[in-house]
Each structure stands twice: as structure tokens, then as C-alpha cells.
Design a protein around this ligand. Sequence first.
Ligand SMILES: *Cc1c(COP(=O)(O)O)cnc(C)c1O
Length: 241
Amino acid sequence: MRDMTATPMSFSERYRYILDEIADCCRQAGRDPGEVKLLAVSKTVGDPEISAAIDAGIHSFGENRPDRLQEKALRFPQQSWHFIGNIQSRRISDIVACSHLIHSLYQKHHLLKIDEVAGKLGKVQDVLLEVNVSGEASKSGLRPDVVGDMLAWCADCQNVRVRGLMTMAPQGDLVCARHCFEELAQLRDTLRDNLAPCQAAVFNELSMGMSEDWREAIGAGTTMVRIGRALFDEGFGATLE
Ligand SMILES: *Cc1c(COP(=O)(O)O)cnc(C)c1O
């Protein structure tokens, strides 16, 4: 346990600390730390913080607003930019132009538009399907029982490649979060068994776990943790243990 009365950690100290913790959690779960990628959610910070993160060795960033994604991707074109927010039809061209991976696809009409735009840009857009595992009304995403239908539609879209699933767990209850993550992992495995071999081969990712619940996500098999406050917010250290 760190002494939280000590001087706040610098960015690179927080980053190191989180990487060490990820490695520890992986070992405890019998996993290889190389299986878990860290996505730095930079939605609350500006250029100086992003530059500091790049200097510290981070190269994958997540943004939840299309305009910010576009600005930051233009400013830092060498980095890999991920879209993790609410998709709006009229911003799909910008999102597809900038995104290495879209984590938050769950509507069929967005899928069709992404396919069309990606085709025009000559790219194949990697996406994750967002699933509302907990069923909370405040959360977006597909119901678990209809993800299979969405995958079938995706199979007809030549310019879209589904890489896996994403979810957000209910906040404030880590046991519940853990169940939610385990359900998503189970769902990926079940769905993958029924996919055509070419679709199954790339359907491996689980984007789950944020600042407060990424340890639970590692235990449940996450391949991508999306971390904002624990990296960028000095004060968040007070709740790290
Ligand atoms: C903001 C955000 C995160 C990061 O949240 P923190 O709790 O700050 O780590 C992760 N995923 C999504 C979809 C977000 O909007």
C-alpha cells in the first residue's frame, strides 16, 4: 500500500504503478501480462498531458467525443486513436477517418454507415460491439441475446471487421462488476464458436475495465483496459490501494 500522504505521483510514476499492478493482477490470474493492453482515456485532458503520456511510452488513446477525437488525432497523428463514445450518424465520417478501433458500435444503421464510409476511404474499420450486460437502463449497448444477430449483419459488411466485445460495468459494486465481465467473456466464447472461421479468427478482444474496476476485468479475461482518471488525475491516487 502506498503512503498517500506522500507527494503526488508524476504521470510517469502513475503509469509505471498501473503497469506493475496490471502485471501483478495478471500473474495472480495465471495470465501473461502481454495479453492486456492499456488504453489511455484522454477525454478530460489536453495536449500537454497527452505529450507527457507519449513521452512516458503510451501510444494508444481513447476519446468519447468525435470532435475531440478528430482534433487530437490530427495533432498527434502517430498515435493510435480509439473511439469509445456515443456514435452519431452525422459524425461517422470523422470517426472512421480517425479511429484505429471503434469500441462502441451497437446499432445496425451505424454499422451500415461505417461500412459505406470505410469503403470510400479504402480502409477496413475494426470495431467492437458494445454490450449492455448489466441491463441498466442508463447504459447503451446490445442486449446479450441479440449480439449474434448483429454479428451476422457485420459478416455482410466487407469494410468492417469485428474484433470483439466491449462493456461498461455498473459502478460502485466490484462483485457485480466482476460478474458482468465474466458474462461478457463467456458471451465472446459462445459466439466465437458459432462464427465462420475467418470471422472467428479475429474475434478475440474484450474491452472492459476502467479506473475503478480494471483489476476485476483482468481476472475475468479482459484484453483492453480503458483507463482515464487513474492515469491522468493526480487526486485519483487517493483511491488506489
Ligand atoms: C471515460 C471513459 C473511460 C475511462 O473512465 P475512468 O473511470 O476515468 O478510467 C472508459 N471507458 C469509457 C467508455 C469512458 O467513457
